[in-house]
Write a protein that binds this ligand. Structure first.
Ligand code: NAD
Length: 498
């Protein structure tokens, strides 16, 4: 059963102070396993966002002038605090977001990994030197910070995703206004408080909780130098359009419709383990969740039977219970979305191999539970095969050749993650070549990215930027080229060649 609730009163964090919203309006944060109110946080307005932006602008000159190795020292301290607080933060996250404790521990671990990884960049942030085409002229390039950056995040990785954005933004010398998802503001506040404790100076990191209104105000703020957004493609494309109109840089991580290919020679035990995890881990609410399984006719029935058996036996319940293997969806709205798509699937003629209904898990009848669901007989152009459902629903699609499998995998508007199960090295290598996603796995599900490799997707999953890896530094810095002429005379590039 759930632990007793003491409703937390949240605040915004602006200019180094925890403050109320100017409007006094509040949002509820709910426990998705029980429907209980966990906390009340500001439902911020444009006025709050403006205050936060001003605080970020005031703090920027000093922060920018702080040497990057010193900025990084604060991040190392933050990583150490995260290690120490991992269990408490994971429990808070399970209560607020619903995913099971091993996964929320993983979410905090990802923030730890990212923070250590990026803190190391404080002593690198490499540019390069290169010869000039002129004598007695030095040429090099370096990274410069952008200014006050806006960070807008979703609820499914309430600490990992903010850490992917906030830590590189800070190490690069930017100040930040952070607008987390309205579903997970308490985790966001705990993360910001931890960074404050680690020594992030006043005004360098600011938090405004709230929903679309606060997000839109941040996007539209005239002082914002960059919007780093993770969320749905629908909202991300609007954000991009608004930024484009003002020439503001925008980095987008958006939706996915990830697929796994299973060939005749695949290890089917491995397939069952990996795809149960990929489809139903985080209750299917990962941007990299496996949403389509593309399978050859010879192994179709075996794959569906094994996966349906596994899905039917998954223990669904409160994420705090050590026995639970799959938690609730994050909200009633998300559960209704899943129901709507299963209804669409029915009308499109799919067969529900397992699940396909709400669950009223004993003791958690007010939670947002839905059964792990496998749709069989899905065809590539059906809506359930094209649109992001973002819940514990996976569709099985038949293919008759490797080329057809690639066509199906690539035949959606998204391009985040994909995988292939085969023992045939040629098929695996062809998949790596032919699949047009930002991440490809071989003999592994579609989830499981590591922080030191670039993360992001093609087509309408992203706009060409990557998070993670060293590539994230390109999001949060501007390149500056420097020429130092010590010849004592005018040397005209491209003209004076003798
Ligand atoms: P969402 O798009 O509804 O919201 C994302 C964030 O944008 C929230 O903070 C929200 O308050 C804010 N927002 C909403 N309207 C806004 C507006 N008009 N202007 C500015 N900000 C606005 O997404 P969600 O439901 O929170 O998250 C689920 C989505 O996130 C899924 O589509 C999932 O695939 C995607 N996601 C992508 C990645 C990735 O790396 N590609 C990772 C995680 C989640």
């Amino acid at each position: 059963m759930s632990e007793p609730v003491a409703v937390t009163q949240g605040r915004n964090y602006i200019g180094g102070r925890w403050v109320e919203s100017a409007s006094g309006r509040m949002l509820e944060s709910l426990d998705p396993a029980t429907g209980e109110v966990l906390g009340l946080v500001p439902d911020s307005t444009a006025e709050d966002v403006d205050r936060a932006m001003r605080a970020g602008a005031d703090a920027w000159p000093r922060w920018r002038a702080t040497p990057a190795p010193r900025r990084a020292e604060i991040l190392y301290r933050a990583a150490e605090l995260l290690v120490r607080r991992k269990e408490d933060l994971a429990r808070l996250m399970t209560r607020e977001m619903g995913k099971i404790l091993p996964e929320t521990r993983g979410d905090v671990q990802e923030a730890i990994d990212m923070t250590y990884f990026i803190a190391g960049e404080g002593r690198r942030l490499h540019g390069y030197t290169t010869p000039s085409e002129m004598p007695r002229k030095a040429a090099y390039c370096l990274r410069a910070p952008l200014g006050v950056v806006g960070v807008i995040t979703p609820w499914n990785f309430p600490m990992a995703i903010p850490s992917w954005k906030i830590t590189p933004a800070l190490v690069c010398g930017n100040t930040v206004v952070f607008k987390p998802a309205p579903e997970t503001p308490l985790v966001a506040a705990a993360y910001v408080a931890l960074l404050e404790e680690a020594g992030v100076p006043q005004g360098v990191l600011n938090l405004v909780t709230g929903g679309d209104e606060a997000g839109a105000a941040l996007v539209d703020h005239p002082g914002v130098a960059l919007i780093s957004f993770t969320g749905s493609t629908e909202v991300g494309l609007q954000v991009a359009a608004r930024c484009a109109a003002r020439g503001v840089r925008v980095s987008l991580e958006m939706g996915g419709k990830n697929a796994a290919i299973v060939l005749d020679d695949a290890d089917l035990d491995l397939v069952a383990d990996a795809l149960t995890w990929s489809a139903f881990g985080t209750t299917g609410q990962r941007c990299t969740a496996c949403s389509r399984i593309v399978v050859t006719p010879r192994v179709h029935d075996a794959v569906v039977d094994r996966l349906a058996g596994r899905a039917g036996r998954l223990r669904v319940g409160s994420g705090l219970d050590a026995q639970t293997e799959m938690g609730p969806l994050v909200s009633e709205r998300q559960r209704e979305r899943v129901e709507r798509y299963v209804g669409i699937g029915h009308r499109e003629g799919v067969r529900v191999a397992v699940g396909g209904e709400r669950l009223t898990t004993a003791g958690f009848e007010r939670g947002f539970f839905y059964a792990p669901t496998i749709l069989d007989g899905v065809r590539p152009q059906m809506r359930v095969a094209q649109e992001e459902i973002f819940g514990p629903v996976v569709g099985v699609i038949d293919c008759t050749s490797l080329d057809e499998a690639f066509e199906i995998v690539n035949g959606v508007r998204y391009g985040l993650s994909a995988s292939i199960f085969t023992r045939d090295i040629s098929a695996a290598m062809r998949a790596i070549e032919e699949i047009r996603t930002g991440i490809v796995y071989v003999n592994h599900g579609t989830i499981g990215a590591e922080v030191h490799l670039p993360f992001g997707g093609t087509r309408q999953t992203g706009n060409g930027h990557r998070e993670g890896g060293l590539q994230v530094l390109d999001v949060f810095t501007e390149w500056k080229s420097v020429y130092i002429d010590y010849s004592g005379r005018l040397q005209r590039a491209q003209i004076d060649r003798d």
